[in-house]
Design a protein around this ligand. Structure first.
Ligand SMILES: *Cc1c(COP(=O)(O)O)cnc(C)c1O
Length: 229
């Protein structure tokens, strides 16, 4: 997508997110997913007013942030890791990200908490494998209550909610059902941990459906930046 593409796409996507949120009577925020896109594209979107960005790979994110800082030291952006987290990356994530959306197993809690000591708590979403896909990361729904409690007990982590990537389904009814199951898991966990305020689900192809089913954060890449090559 050329430069004017982003300028055209961003206001339109923002309007659609806001309209869907108004219809659902819930706040919804937009996370711009910038994986594979250059630092210059991030800078351009940031100049249009976008503040929260999601990246899938730790090294790619850190390299782009360094480049961005060189170009625009004044930009104060919020960084979310949305890709799978390997245990050997816990330190870098704890030191350099504002949010981790892909926490999916208990053994990551202790190192993340330890490396975050001395900073404001790391905002954490627990990723749920809502369609029981073999290839996807995410915690099984049955294991969720224990993991939620573990994160809530970690002083340097701030439990904010849940994240999911439902299986790609041509049938929107199937996707809607997955979003509904996520909403039910979220409401159940929130009844014990009322600080949970974020349900991250919905991407370029289905964010309005996700918001209608209770998403409070949608993660949008290609509809903003153009197709990834
Ligand atoms: C790539 C990605 C997105 C954005 O996908 P689009 O279809 O390009 O909007 C959202 N969430 C996660 C976890 C991703 O990896």
């Amino acid at each position: 997508m050329n430069e004017s593409g982003l300028e055209d796409a961003y206001p339109g996507i923002l309007r659609r997110v806001q309209a869907a949120a108004a219809a659902a009577r819930l706040p919804a925020t937009l996370l711009a997913v910038s994986k594979t896109k250059p630092a210059a594209a991030i800078a351009q979107l940031a100049m249009l007013g976008q503040r929260a960005f999601g990246e899938n790979y730790v090294q790619e994110a850190l390299a782009k942030r360094q480049a961005l800082h060189g170009m625009h030291p004044e930009l104060d952006l919020e960084w979310h890791l949305i890709g799978p987290l390997q245990s050997n990356k816990c330190r870098e994530v704890a030191l350099h990200f504002d949010w981790l959306q892909s926490l999916d197993r208990g053994k990551l809690v202790e190192p993340l908490n330890r490396f975050r000591d001395g900073k404001t708590p790391l905002n954490v979403l627990i990723q749920v494998n809502i369609d029981a896909q073999d290839t996807k990361s995410g915690c099984a729904p049955a294991a969720l209550p224990q993991l939620v409690a573990q994160v809530a007990a970690a002083p340097h982590l701030r439990l904010r909610g849940l994240m999911a990537i439902p299986a790609p389904a041509a049938d929107s009814g199937v996707r809607r059902a997955a979003f509904r199951r996520m909403r039910a898991l979220f409401d159940a966990a929130k009844s014990t941990f009322p600080q949970m305020d974020t349900l991250s689900m919905g991407m370029s192809d289905d964010f309005e459906l996700a918001i209608a089913e209770g998403a409070t954060m949608v993660r949008i890449g290609s509809a903003l930046f153009g197709r990834r090559t």
